[in-house]
Design a binder for this molecule. Structure first.
Ligand code: AQP
Length: 342
């Protein structure tokens, strides 16, 4: 099979490791929803196997985080009849292909992964092997479906490049030209790297100890408005144009967030609000954020009241996912010469 014959297929995953925040929403989930149309076959995965690489939330913690993330996806507009929506551990082929890719990826490649360095920090010796090998499993998540496109935030660019390297090496090593496609990262728009509300040099993140650093999708209108009011800025008003925000990461972050929520360009935001003080701009941003986000939290709470329905949706999604993944894994085994007697 040549690359040209691969169906246009989108895959992306999110870890159930805490409340989704504005960065996850604008960088990933909002775009997942926009892509579930006739042009794409879309597969979205709650990557629970990745969620244990940096610790375990406990049995109940795992279950509730998985259901909460599913509820967040649904509340944001993912339609399980249009997209495949499931949790990774229900489709065993992810782990199986992950092992094969651990044997394809080279140590030198893995050593260059900056996210491992960021997440392991000074304690690399005590980090799990899974955290180190995570990008090989992530490559398996994508390539198991022969996905051609991966909508993600900027922080994942290096991992998608690694998935391309793994696909290339597998195809070459096993004489299977074009078997795995080389997936393209889809990193577009102004919100590919939403920054912390407390520190414009750090990305907004679930694991930031300060809840004030992020807008959670579960935050109500009061919490959203309060966090934006308290967001770190500098004493100057907004400049008249975008160039004037150079060296002012917190101000630029708020303008980018406004642009992404209003679905306009940052230049258009500056044309309308350039020169405004933050005491004028922040309330407008807060009103916009409340209008776009507050209903998601309400909808999540409604969906979460029926956990059995969430589990049913995930089970049905897992069946659909396995129907695509299993034949691709079988073919992979066949290419590699693994004997199958069934
Ligand atoms: N700040 C961000 N801006 C834009 N996109 C972002 N993403 C994450 N943070 C931002 C994108 O969200 C998707 C899901 O991410 P994930 O939860 O699987 O892993 P992550 O990137 O590690 O997310 P967090 O919030 O930063 O979690 P922790 O704190 O656990 O590391 C991905 O597409 C990611 O690019």
């Amino acid at each position: 099979m040549t690359e040209a014959t691969h169906t246009r297929r989108v895959f992306s995953g999110v870890q159930p490791t805490g409340d989704l925040h504005l960065g996850n929403y604008l960088g990933a989930v909002k775009r997942f929803v926009e892509m579930q149309n006739d042009d794409w076959e879309a597969i979205y995965c709650i990557v629970d196997l990745h969620a244990i690489t940096a610790g375990w939330a406990g049995r109940e913690g795992m279950r509730s985080a998985t259901r909460e993330l599913t509820a967040a996806f649904l509340a944001c507009g993912l339609d399980p009849d249009k997209s495949v929506l499931f949790n990774q551990s229900q489709v065993a082929a992810h782990s199986q292909l992950g092992w094969i890719f651990s044997c394809t990826a080279r140590m030198g490649w893995m050593n260059r992964m900056t996210q491992f360095k960021d997440k392991a920090g000074k304690n690399a010796e005590r980090a799990s092997l899974g955290l180190y090998a995570y990008p090989a499993l992530q490559a398996a998540d994508i390539l198991l479906y022969h996905a051609t496109h991966v909508p993600v935030g900027e922080d994942q660019r290096q991992h998608i490049e690694l998935a391309r390297d793994i696909a290339t090496k597998f195809n070459l090593d096993f004489g299977a030209e074009g078997f795995f496609p080389l997936p393209e990262p889809l990193i577009e728009g102004v919100a590919t790297r939403v920054m912390s509300l407390r520190d414009g040099s750090k990305k907004m993140s679930k694991s930031d100890p300060s809840d004030q650093s992020r807008l959670n999708l579960t935050d109500d209108a009061d919490a959203i408005a309060k966090k934006i009011r308290k967001a770190k800025t500098d004493p100057e008003p907004l400049s008249s144009d975008l160039e004037g925000l150079e060296g002012r990461p917190e101000a630029l972050n708020l303008v980018n967030i406004y642009a992404a929520l209003a679905e306009v360009s940052p230049d258009a935001v500056m044309a309308e609000h350039g020169g405004a003080s933050f005491s004028t701009f922040k309330p407008m941003l807060a009103d916009l954020a409340v209008a776009r986000l507050a209903h998601i939290g309400d909808e999540m709470r409604r969906i979460l009241a029926e956990p059995a329905e969430i589990d049913r949706i995930l089970g049905k999604g897992a069946d659909k996912a396995a129907a695509i993944a299993d034949p691709i894994l079988e073919k992979t085994h066949d290419i590699m010469g693994f004997v199958s007697s069934r």
